[in-house]
Design a protein around this ligand. Structure first.
Ligand SMILES: Cc1cc2nc3c(=O)[nH]c(=O)nc-3n(C[C@H](O)[C@H](O)[C@H](O)COP(=O)(O)OP(=O)(O)OC[C@H]3O[C@@H](n4cnc5c(N)ncnc54)[C@H](O)[C@@H]3O)c2cc1C
Length: 465
């Protein structure tokens, strides 16, 4: 096809779209192709900033007609940068952020480009919530399609467990609704399979009474006491009620506003979580976590739920450099604790952390076969977050994460959480290990709904990257 024909076709496409269509050379091109992770620097041929389902259908058809690879952008927070691509079409849903709450039915219909801040804002007006993530700027779409592990998981499960239905534009331009009553297999795959089956224009979520205030725990201890604290944490979570959901983070976390000068640059271990019930009961239930040792600082408080959901937002600024990986842990054994402390101590960047997320509770109550999500077997998820600023330190930080994961595999079956993916290393074998028996089922779904692998950038079962 000649350049002038491509230009004509793009011009026709641009005219028919309701939202903006952005090309290289346009004033807003660089802003439009930027995603949260500053490591990602991709140059798409075209960015279709959709305003609604009609735009999405046209964009999918345009990509098929012109043999363009497609990236779908929800909140733009995927660590591996899969919301953009080189030389392809980005279907950008960042202007489709509407949230409609039905307080009687306790449901919310949420557009495919909404963030968790959008959702919490609308649902909390009615004292309701659905489980999201722990940073409010992340997108509902990517997080939910990969599972969704947040502050309410032990009580109300994963984000994907709370889906009632999903509206999708598939690779052939069809608009389908998937639920337990229609397109059931597609619905199964959309819950935790990692996406790649179409463009989700809307999610219908179940809501639960939460807040407006919740008891929260955010307490930090000296890094040299990390092993003792993790041991005590292991005991605490083994008996805590499902109303309590917590995680631990070990790192320097050099926040001058939070910490006194004499400890700001020291290693610390922090515990963060909340209680999904009455604040009075919550304060009592969380109290043992505040007494694991002698704290350096304790910011635990009863807070508006919305405020707690945003408590980590500033720690993850747009455009910084990030490389994260994860592993499901068989348990927090003595040796696993010892290695967690070692890797936290050796992080090249003071902004990096080694995190342990408790799972269990409602996450484990769902049958494995009910959804594609593959991480219900493990009591803990290990997250390794390299967060740094200077590109000169890229190699050291990436190597630290890879070495840590290689070492920690001895405490895991090798499966990982799709939403903390590194940059796609591991390939098919890692996905097979992670999905287990669900892998073949996901491949069959991909063959049915996206046989030409139009949506091939997601970390789905047939991802080629
Ligand atoms: C600061 C930060 C905090 C995080 N905290 C948590 C957490 O607490 N819990 C947790 O589980 N995860 C967490 N994550 C991981 C997060 O779930 C993933 O990064 C997720 O991919 C983000 O979704 P997004 O829509 O913002 O990303 P995007 O980059 O926009 O999309 C992610 C993937 O989903 C696809 N996608 C996006 N929108 C759609 C759509 N509408 N239809 C079809 N496919 C779509 C994209 O193509 C891409 O492959 C966090 C990530 C960050 C950066």
């Amino acid at each position: 096809m000649t350049q002038s024909t491509i230009d004509e076709q793009i011009e026709q496409f641009r005219t028919g779209e309701y939202g903006d269509v952005i090309r290289p050379g346009d004033a807003d091109y660089d802003d439009a192709r930027a995603v949260w992770n500053g490591m990602i620097d991709a140059y798409p041929k075209l960015i279709a900033r959709c305003r609604g389902t009609a735009d999405v259908i046209r964009a999918v058809e345009f990509a098929c007609e012109n043999d363009l690879r497609v990236a779908v952008r929800g909140g733009g927070h995927n660590v591996a940068g899969t919301a953009v691509c080189d030389d392809g079409l980005v279907i950008d849903l960042s202007e489709m952020r509407g949230v409609w709450v039905d307080p009687e039915e306790r449901t919310a219909w949420i557009q495919g480009g909404a963030t968790w801040a959008d959702v919490d804002h609308e649902t909390q007006a009615f004292g309701l919530a659905t489980p999201g993530g722990v940073v409010s700027k992340t997108g509902v779409a990517g997080l939910t399609l990969g599972g969704g592990i947040g502050h309410l998981r032990c009580k109300y499960g994963l984000s994907c467990d709370n889906l009632r239905s999903v509206d999708v534009v598939t690779a052939d331009g069809r608009y389908l609704t998937a639920s337990t009553d229609e397109n059931e297999e597609l619905f199964w795959g959309l819950r935790g399979g990692g996406g790649g089956l179409g463009v989700v224009t809307g999610f219908e979520f179940e809501l639960h009474p939460v807040g407006p205030e919740v008891a929260t725990c955010f307490v930090l201890y000296p890094g040299e006491r990390a092993a003792e604290c993790l041991r005590a944490y292991r005991e605490y979570v083994s008996t805590a009620s499902d109303d309590v959901t917590t995680l631990s983070s070990t790192g320097v976390m050099p926040d001058e506003e939070l910490f006194a000068d004499d400890v700001v640059d020291d290693l610390k271990i922090g515990f963060l979580g909340c209680y999904a019930g009455s604040p009075e009961d919550g304060e009592e239930a969380l109290a043992p976590l505040r007494e694991l040792d002698e704290p350096i600082a304790d910011f635990s408080a009863t807070l508006p739920y919305v405020e707690f959901q945003q408590i980590l937002d500033e720690d993850y600024p747009d455009g910084m450099r990030y490389y994260w990986k994860s592993l499901y842990l068989d348990g927090l054994t003595e040796s696993a604790i010892e290695r967690i402390c070692y890797w936290a101590e050796t992080a090249p960047s003071p902004l990096s952390t080694v995190d342990v997320w408790e799972l269990g509770g409602a996450v484990m109550d769902v049958d494995l076969e009910d959804s594609a999500f593959a991480g219900r077997h493990a009591p803990f998820l290990l997250g390794i977050e390299a967060n740094w600023e200077d590109p000169a330190n890229d190699d050291a930080n990436i190597e630290w994460v890879r070495d840590c994961i290689a070492d920690m595999r001895q405490f895991s079956d090798g499966s990982f959480y799709l939403n903390f993916p590194g940059f796609f290393e591991g390939g098919e074998a890692a996905l097979q290990t992670t999905f287990g028996p669900a892998y073949e089922r996901l491949i069959a779904l991909k063959d049915e709904y996206d046989p030409a692998a139009l949506f091939s950038l997601n970390r789905d079962a047939k991802s080629t990257n």
